[in-house]
Design a protein around this ligand. Structure first.
Ligand SMILES: Cc1cc2nc3c(=O)[nH]c(=O)nc-3n(C[C@H](O)[C@H](O)[C@H](O)COP(=O)(O)O)c2cc1C
Length: 254
C-alpha cells in the first residue's frame, strides 16, 4: 500500500520544478551588494594529469605512519608555522576556524606535559580506566603509559578546539560543527607535516584537561589532540598494519 501511494511529501517534491541549470545563481546580485565575493581561481587539468597526481598523492599518503620514537634533532619553528598555516586553510562550520595550535619546544614545559600525560595514562593502562576491549584493540600497537617521546621530540603542538568564541568585551559567540572542523584541520596538519618530511603521532592522553593548565589556555578551549613533532628516530619501528581495501570502505549508488 505504502509503496503504491504518494505521500503528501512525495507529492510536493514530485511537483516542485527542479531544473538542472542554475535558476538561482550564487551569489545573487543582492547578496554580492552586501558581502564581497571574488572569482575562484582554478586551473582545469587533463584527466591523465589528474590521475597521475592523484596516484602520486595516494602513494605519498600511504607512506605516512605514526611514530612513537622521535629524533631529538631540532626542527626550525618556521616549518611548524607553515604546517599550522596549511592546517588553518581547512574548511570550518560558518568559517569560524574554531582552533588554536599551541606549540612548545621548551624542555621544562615538555617535561611537565610528559609527567602529566604519564599520570593519566597510568590510570588508563594500569588502573583499568580503559576497559579490556579497548586494551585488546591497542595490543598490536604495543602502547603503554610511558611517553618518553613527549620529552624527546623537539616540538609538542597541542591543537585546542574553541567550543565558543569570546570577544574582547566578554560577549560569547557560538561556533558551529566544532569537532568536525577541528578534525579536518588536524588531518591537514598531519598531511602538511608528512608532506614536508616530518613525523608526528596523533596522541590523546585522555583526559587532557591538564594541557589547559600547563599551557595557560582559556576555558572556552578544550584540548583536541596533542602532536609530538620531529624527525622519526633513525630505524624506528612501526606496527605492520594493513589499511582497509577500497571495496571495504567505498560503495556506489547509481
Ligand atoms: C583520534 C586519534 C587518537 C589517537 N590516540 C593515540 C594515542 O593516544 N596514543 C598512540 O600511541 N596513538 C594514538 N593514535 C594513533 C593511532 O594508533 C594510529 O593512527 C593507528 O594505529 C594507525 O597507524 P598510522 O597512523 O601509522 O596509520 C590516535 C589516532 C587517532 C586518529
Amino acid at each position: 500500500m505504502e509503496n503504491k501511494l504518494f505521500s503528501v511529501h512525495q507529492f510536493l517534491c514530485y511537483n516542485r520544478t527542479m531544473s538542472d541549470h542554475y535558476e538561482f545563481p550564487y551569489p545573487s546580485k543582492e547578496l554580492e551588494s552586501r558581502h564581497p565575493f571574488s572569482v575562484y581561481e582554478h586551473e582545469r587539468l587533463s584527466e591523465e594529469v589528474m590521475e597521475a597526481k592523484a596516484k602520486d598523492f595516494y602513494h605519498k599518503m600511504d607512506a605516512r605512519r605514526s611514530v612513537r620514537m622521535f629524533s631529538p634533532d631540532p626542527v626550525p619553528q618556521k616549518l611548524i608555522e607553515l604546517a599550522i598555516q596549511a592546517a588553518s586553510t581547512a574548511p570550518s562550520g560558518a568559517h569560524k576556524q574554531p582552533w588554536t595550535f599551541v606549540a612548545t619546544n621548551d624542555p621544562e614545559i615538555k617535561r611537565e606535559i610528559r609527567a602529566a600525560a604519564e599520570e593519566e595514562e597510568e590510570k588508563n593502562y594500569l588502573e583499568n580506566r580503559m576497559n579490556e576491549e579497548w586494551q585488546e584493540a591497542l595490543a598490536p600497537l604495543g602502547t603503554d603509559h610511558h611517553k618518553e617521546f613527549l620529552q624527546v621530540a623537539p616540538w609538542i603542538i597541542v591543537l585546542f578546539e574553541q567550543r565558543y568564541e569570546t570577544l574582547s568585551d566578554g560577549t560569547t559567540l557560538k561556533n558551529y560543527y566544532v569537532k568536525e572542523s577541528v578534525g579536518i584541520a588536524a588531518g591537514m596538519f598531519i598531511t602538511a607535516l608528512h608532506h614536508m618530511g616530518l613525523a608526528t603521532l596523533t596522541h590523546t592522553p585522555t583526559p587532557m584537561k591538564f594541557l589547559n593548565t600547563i599551557l595557560g589556555r582559556p576555558k572556552n578551549e578544550r584540548p583536541f589532540v596533542l602532536f609530538p613533532v620531529g624527525y622519526p628516530l633513525e630505524g624506528v619501528k612501526v606496527p605492520d598494519l594493513n589499511r582497509k581495501e577500497l571495496n571495504e570502505i567505498f560503495t556506489t549508488v547509481f
